[in-house]
Ligand binder design. Structure first.
Ligand code: NAI
Length: 402
C-alpha cells in the first residue's frame, strides 16, 4: 500500500536517502535489535505513530519499524528540526509522513491530528506532544498499548498527568533509562550544542565566559564540552546538590543576576519555561549570545526580548540580532528553539544508536506484553542492560563480570 503524506517536496528524496544511508552504518546496536526482532512478528501489521525531530537518524528508525512490518505514521516535534529531504525519502519508502520544515503551530497541530487518526497501537513521543493531543481526543487511543517517551520534559508532563489522576494511558520513560540520559542528554547534547553554536556564529568558544542555566544531564554535557574547548564556565542552579556538584567539578557557580553581567554566551538547559527573562536580558553585556538546549522553546522569553527591542534582524542564518533603544544588542540563536537540533544536525548517530535502540525495544515491549493500567513505567532493566552491553560490543570493549 502506498503511503499517505503531506510534505514539502517529494523530489528531495535522493538527498534524504544519502543522509539516511550514512547514519545507517553508524547505528550497529539498532541494526542488531532489528535482526533480533525480525523473526518474532511483534511489529507485523501494527500501527506505530512517531512524533520526534524528523531528521536522518529518526528517519532511519522509522524505516526499521517499517522493515519489521509496522505501519508507520510520522511527524516532527519542532518546526525547525524537520528536514524536508528525509521526509521525502520516508514518504517514498512507504512511511505515512505529515511534516514540513518551518510549519506553523496551528498546522503542526493538524499534523499531530493526522497521526491520532491512525488509531496507533504504540506511540514514540518526544516531549509528550502526541500524548497531550490524545488526552484531548481519547477516542483515538482505543487500540493504544502505550507511549514510549524520549525526553525529560515529556517525562515531567507524564508525571504531572499521573499525579493529578488524569493520565489515561501507559507510558514508558525511555529518557530515564541509564543507556539514554547518561549518554544522549549528556554527551549527545554536549557535543551537538557546540557544533551548532560554532556553525551558526562562526565564532570561538575558547576564552569566552559561558553561562549554563541548569546543571542536570544536559547542562553537565554542555559544560564539559565547552570546557574542553577552552571556555570559562559559569553555572546557575536552583538545586543545592547540583550547584555543589558543579562547584566540585571545577566550575564557577553564582546567581543568574550576577552571571548575566559577565557572560558572553548563555545556554539554557533547565527544561522549564521563562528562565531567562526581561530582568536578565536587560542586564546582559552588549553582544551576548543566547541559545537554548532544553526541549521547550519557552526557556528564553523571546516575546519579552522582542518587546524590549527597537529592531530585530537576521544577521546570519538562524542568528537574530535584537537591538535595544540604547544601541546595545543581544544575539538569539535558532529563535530560542532547541539549538542543537533546530540550529544544527542534532545528536551524533552513535549516541542515537543507543536512544533509538531503547525506543525500538520499548515499543516492542509495549506491543508484545498485555496492555497495562494507565501509569508511568520505567524501561525494564534487562532492556537497558541489553542496549549498553551491545554498545560495548559494538565499540570493541570487554569488561569483567562478577
Ligand atoms: P535535568 O532534570 O537533569 O536537569 C535540569 C536542571 O535544571 C536541574 O538540575 C534543575 O535543578 C535545573 N533548573 C531548573 N530550573 C532552573 C533555573 N530556573 N535556573 C537554573 N537551573 C534550573 O534535565 P535534563 O535531562 O538535563 O534535560 C533538560 C532539558 O533538556 C529538558 O527539556 C530535556 O527534555 C531537554 N533535552 C534536550 C536534549 C537536546 O538534544 N537538546 C536532549 C535531552 C534532553
Amino acid at each position: 500500500m502506498n503511503a499517505v503524506y503531506d510534505i514539502t517536496d517529494i523530489s528531495l528524496e535522493d538527498e534524504g536517502r544519502r543522509k539516511i544511508e550514512w547514519v545507517s552504518h553508524k547505528m550497529p546496536v539498532l541494526n542488531k535489535l532489528c535482526d533480533r526482532f525480525q523473526g518474532d512478528g511483534v511489529f507485523r501489521g501494527k500501527t506505530v505513530a512517531v512524533s520526534i525531530h524528523l531528521e536522518a537518524k529518526t528517519a532511519y528508525l522509522c524505516l526499521i519499524l517499517k522493515k519489521l512490518g509496522a505501519e508507520v505514521w510520522a511527524t516532527g516535534s519542532n518546526p525547525f528540526s524537520t528536514k524536508d529531504d528525509v521526509c521525502a525519502t520516508l514518504a517514498k519508502d512507504g512511511v505515512n509522513v505529515f511534516a514540513h520544515h518551518g510549519v506553523s503551530a496551528e498546522d503542526h497541530r493538524k499534523e499531530l491530528g493526522s497521526l491520532l487518526k491512525s488509531y496507533p497501537q504504540a506511540v514514540l513521543d518526544d516531549g509528550a506532544d502526541i500524548c497531550m493531543a490524545m488526552h484531548d481526543f481519547p477516542e483515538y487511543g482505543e487500540r493504544l498499548n502505550g507511549f514510549s517517551e524520549e525526553t525529560t520534559t515529556g517525562v515531567l508532563r507524564l508525571r504531572q498527568l499521573e499525579s493529578t489522576g488524569k493520565l489515561l494511558f501507559p507510558a514508558v520513560t525511555v529518557n530515564n533509562a541509564k543507556s539514554k540520559h547518561l549518554f544522549d542528554n549528556r554527551y549527545g547534547t554536549g557535543q551537538s550544542t557546540w557544533t551548532a553554536v560554532t556553525h551558526l556564529t562562526n565564532l570561538t568558544i575558547g576564552g569566552k565566559k559561558v553561562v549554563i542555566l541548569g546543571y542536570g544531564w544536559v547542562g553537565r554535557g554542555v559544560a564539559t564540552v565547552a570546557q574542553g574547548m577552552g571556555a570559562h564556565i559559569i553555572i546557575t542552579e536552583l538545586d543545592p546538590w547540583k550547584a555543589l556538584e558543579a562547584h566540585m567539578d571545577g566550575y564557577e557557580v553564582m546567581p543568574l543576576a550576577d552571571a548575566v553581567r559577565c557572560g558572553d554566551i548563555f545556554i539554557t538547559a533547565t527544561g522549564l519555561e521563562g528562565v531567562l527573562r526581561t530582568e536578565h536580558l536587560v542586564a546582559m553585556k552588549s553582544g551576548a549570545l543566547i541559545g537554548n538546549a532544553g526541549h521547550s522553546d519557552l526557556e528564553i522569553d523571546v516575546p519579552a526580548l522582542r518587546k524590549m527591542s527597537q529592531s530585530v534582524k537576521e544577521v546570519r542564518e538562524n542568528v537574530y540580532e535584537y537591538r535595544f533603544p540604547n544601541d546595545r544588542s543581544i544575539y538569539l540563536l535558532a529563535d530560542g528553539r532547541i539549538v542543537n537540533i533546530a540550529g544544527g544536525l542534532g545528536h551524533p548517530a552513535e549516541i542515537l544508536d543507543m536512544s533509538f535502540s531503547l525506543q525500538l525495544a520499548s515499543l516492542h515491549f509495549l506491543l508484545r506484553t498485555p496492555k497495562r493500567k494507565p501509569g508511568v513505567y520505567e524501561v525494564p532493566k534487562e532492556i537497558d542492560e541489553l542496549v549498553v552491553r551491545q554498545k560495548l560490543i559494538a565499540e570493541g570493549i570487554e569488561i569483567d563480570r562478577k
